[in-house]
Write a protein that binds this ligand. Structure first.
Ligand SMILES: NC(=O)c1ccc[n+]([C@@H]2O[C@H](COP(=O)([O-])OP(=O)(O)OC[C@H]3O[C@@H](n4cnc5c(N)ncnc54)[C@H](O)[C@@H]3O)[C@@H](O)[C@H]2O)c1
Ligand SMILES: [Zn+2]
Length: 369
């Protein structure tokens, strides 16, 4: 069969790496890893029981076929296991299984597994290689790329972490076929976000071909994911360690994070919170004259076009307070990424509180229609 894998380069220090995207790639994972790790044989696949049951066999046979000896090291499923204790448990398993500094870890799962395995790889024996094999939309378009790793503390999410770039990222959109509907759609909002930030054609596909995307048509899905990856790759390559450009990826996230925190990280999935955040940002941009009503309308239409979102039971005052508190931990001003056109956003620091209040009122109203 002709290889039609898309390769996207991530240009970071100390060495750049590639993201490979292709529907069905899992069955060829071993061959690709052979190119990277010629003399090495031992792989440890960090995963959880849900992902292992659905896709573990396929990955393992592909690895074995290329002469790798691979073993699973499992963590429990769920955000609440994204904790330092899990790192210690996994590290103990690795050492019992004889993993030395030449091992390669394979992060096989959603963003939780990716963040945990990434942190584990950066700490185990002062750092070993890791390959990301993301299995959720969110992890494929976002979490697996850029080298951020982390675990949560009771005081907040991702408070412990490192930058540890993977040696490669292998993305197989076919594994998304088993993803629960809500998780699937939640990840799509991050892909739509990439369209608004810097790829008008990607955004347009969400308007024109959303039925195919929602039905998980392999070609449509592969295209949407590859375009989102390219957008993130260009931002990460230009600005590896945050701040400037990378901030643009936060479109929908300032208000989204406040919504997530306000609802106690229950009720809204991350992508759903970002979806409401994007609609709010579109309204703020319209109110403050940064964009025209038609653009704001298109953003709202594309977000809501992907299906209904959970209703918001929130008080504007509390959200505004959270934005204020957030601002103290940054550099004293609320940063909001606002759309100017489809494919072009900018960071605004001069947003009047009343426009945020109006936007919050609007998303609450929309959520109860
Ligand atoms: N490192 C980064 O740059 C970055 C960026 C964004 C988000 N994140 C992190 O990502 C995490 C969220 O990731 P997520 O949304 O992927 O959640 P997740 O990892 O919890 O996965 C969601 C659920 O889907 C299941 N699952 C995974 N793949 C599946 C498949 N193919 N079929 C069926 N079920 C499958 C998982 O077992 C889990 O129950 C958060 O902890 C967040 O902080 C990290
Ligand atoms: Zn996000």
């Amino acid at each position: 069969m002709m290889e039609r894998v898309q390769r996207v380069n991530i240009a970071v220090q100390p060495r750049s790496y590639e993201v490979w995207i292709e529907s069905g790639l899992l069955t060829r994972a071993g061959a690709h890893l052979r190119e990277l790790f010629a003399g090495r044989h031992h792989l440890f696949v960090v995963t959880n029981p849900a992902v292992r049951r659905k896709w573990g066999k396929k990955l393992m046979s592909a690895l074995a076929a290329s002469g790798f000896e691979a073993k699973f090291v499992e963590m429990s499923d769920g955000e609440r296991y994204k904790r330092l204790t899990t790192i210690e448990l996994l590290a103990e398993k690795l050492s019992r299984l004889g993993a030395d500094r030449n091992v390669v870890l394979v992060a096989f799962g959603g963003g939780v597994v990716g963040d945990v395995a990434g942190l584990l790889a950066s700490l185990y024996m002062r750092g070993v290689d890791v390959i990301q094999v993301p299995t959720t939309v969110l992890a494929q378009v976002d979490a697996s790329i850029g080298g951020k790793t982390g675990v949560n503390l009771p005081a907040g999410k991702n408070l412990l972490g490192t930058f540890h770039q993977p040696r490669a990222v292998l993305i197989d959109p076919a594994v998304l076929s088993t993803l629960p509907e809500r998780e699937f759609r939640s990840g799509l909002y991050e892909a739509l976000k990439c369209g608004v930030i810097g790829n008008a054609e990607l955004f347009h596909q969400f308007e024109q071909n959303k039925d195919k995307i929602l039905k998980r048509d392999p070609a449509a899905l592969e295209w949407v994911i590859a375009e989102s990856v390219k957008l993130k790759a260009s931002v990460v390559s230009a600005d590896e360690k945050e701040n400037g450009l990378r901030r643009l990826l936060n479109f929908g996230h300032t208000i989204g994070h406040a919504l997530e925190a306000e609802t106690g990280y229950r009720g809204l999935l991350h992508g759903e919170a970002v979806a409401w955040g994007m609609i709010a940002a579109a309204h703020i941009a319209e109110i403050t004259g940064k964009t025209d009503p038609a653009t704001a309308e298109r953003i709202q239409g594309a977000v809501l076009g992907l299906g209904s979102l959970p209703p918001l039971e929130i008080r504007s005052r509390n959200i505004l307070q959270r934005l204020q508190a957030d601002k103290k931990t940054r550099d004293g001003v609320v940063h909001l990424v606002l759309p100017r056109q489809i494919g072009k956003v900018e960071v605004a620091t001069d947003v009047p509180e009343d426009s945020i209040r109006q936007a919050l009122h609007e998303i609450r109203r929309l959520s109860h229609l």
